[in-house]
Design a protein around this ligand. Structure first.
Ligand SMILES: Cc1ncc(COP(=O)(O)O)c(C=O)c1O
Length: 366
């Protein structure tokens, strides 16, 4: 990483990228094709799937922010994770966090398992260590996990992957490079649903990957060009615009989440609050499953909606939304019971959010 601080890197994304006019905000290049003067005389851009100047700015920015060699922008977080799995072959095994975004679980179990990749689900460091076989090629972890907010020590798990010659893949969607830079702690690849905190405004679907090594980067570049799930130019620009304010937003998300987690811990309607003390995501359980629907229906500022990381507060019910594709017995065994709510705390005033929660609790007929 360069010597300037992350706040400066973020605010300056795309500035000085164009010298002809001196535009401060980077232009959006919509052109799908690039003119050549003759054979072998490319400007470096040929066709939009292979490379686009706007997407490139975003890819360079995320690579620098995460401290990796190469960045890639995909049409969604899932498209990014799907491309990562192209690094593996039938017969390979990957150890993964047992608590995992439901869409990632679905991709693993419904698609990649049928292609011959085996996924071993692990809860603890010991589970990961014990899961290693001669076919294991990588670990894929979320930290903190979605939705149970369990943190893993990346440095510790990286020692395990490095000593066994495995790749360590980390989904950094919840913490972002503001709170956690997995590559600096030994990860090989970082992936993001940029739809969430990085873009930050609930208005664009995007995925990002950063690879630590040139070799892995070259393979990902090949898959990205071959499969074409690339992020369009305007969406790349939207993600960059969102990222410029990431540090300010994360500060406010976290400040609010700390206040709200303390408030929730005091409520008698709540049995437990899952908040690791960092970031803007909180999960909590209500005493009764019957209260879930009336509680969600009573919210006036916080929206009952399925996403996270935007400026607006969203409340999600994992059992029927984000984690609905995980079989109920696996889901409940992992702790995603029918009383669990996940709250993406927005940047609104904390007092207004607390007032909203109070009136929703008071609406319950206890
Ligand atoms: C942790 C995590 N990873 C990946 C994804 C998938 O990203 P996308 O919705 O951008 O495809 C999500 C989506 O909620 C997520 O929460």
């Amino acid at each position: 990483m360069t010597t300037v601080k992350i706040e400066t890197l973020l605010a300056q994304i795309g500035n000085r990228s164009e010298t002809q006019t001196g535009t401060v905000n980077p232009p959006v290049y919509f052109s799908t094709a690039y003119r050549h003067n003759g054979i072998g005389e490319s400007t470096g851009f040929d066709y939009i799937r292979t490379g686009n100047p706007t997407r490139k700015l975003l890819e360079e920015a995320i690579a620098e922010l995460e401290g990796g060699k190469q960045g890639f922008a995909f049409s969604s977080g899932m498209a990014a994770i799907h491309s990562l799995l192209c690094l593996f072959s039938p017969g390979d095994e990957i150890a993964v966090s047992a608590d995992l975004y439901g869409g990632t679980y679905r991709l693993f179990e419904q698609i990649w398992k049928t292609y011959g990749i085996k996924f071993n689900y692990c809860h603890t460091y010991e589970d990961f260590a014990e899961s290693i076989t001669e076919n294991t090629k990588a670990f894929f972890i979320e930290t903190p996990t979605n939705p149970l907010m369990q943190e893993m020590d990346i440095k510790e798990i990286a020692q395990l992957t490095q000593s066994n010659n495995l790749l360590l893949l980390v989904d950094n969607t919840f913490y972002t490079p503001i709170l956690q830079r997995p590559i600096e702690q030994g990860a090989d690849i970082v992936v993001h649903s940029a739809t969430k905190y990085l873009a930050g405004h609930n208005d664009v679907l995007a995925g990002l990957i950063v690879s630590k090594s040139k070799e892995v980067g070259a393979r990902l570049e090949e898959y990205q060009n071959a499969t074409g799930a690339v992020l369009p130019p305007f969406d790349s620009w939207l993600v960059m615009r969102g990222m410029k304010t990431l540090s300010l937003r994360m500060r406010q998300h976290e400040e609010n989440a700390k206040i709200i987690s303390r408030f929730l811990r005091e409520r008698e309607e709540v049995t437990d609050v899952l908040y690791p003390g960092k970031g803007g995501m909180i999960s909590f359980r209500l005493k009764s499953e019957e209260w879930i629907n009336p509680f969600l229906k009573s919210l006036r500022i916080i929206s009952f909606a399925e996403s996270l990381g935007g400026v607006e507060s969203l409340m999600t019910y994992p059992a029927t939304q984000t984690h609905a594709d995980i079989p109920e017995e696996v889901r409940t065994q992992n702790g995603i019971c029918n009383c669990l709510l996940r709250y993406s705390v927005g940047i609104e005033h904390a007092n207004d959010l607390i007032d909203d929660l109070i009136q929703a609790f008071e609406s319950l007929s206890i």
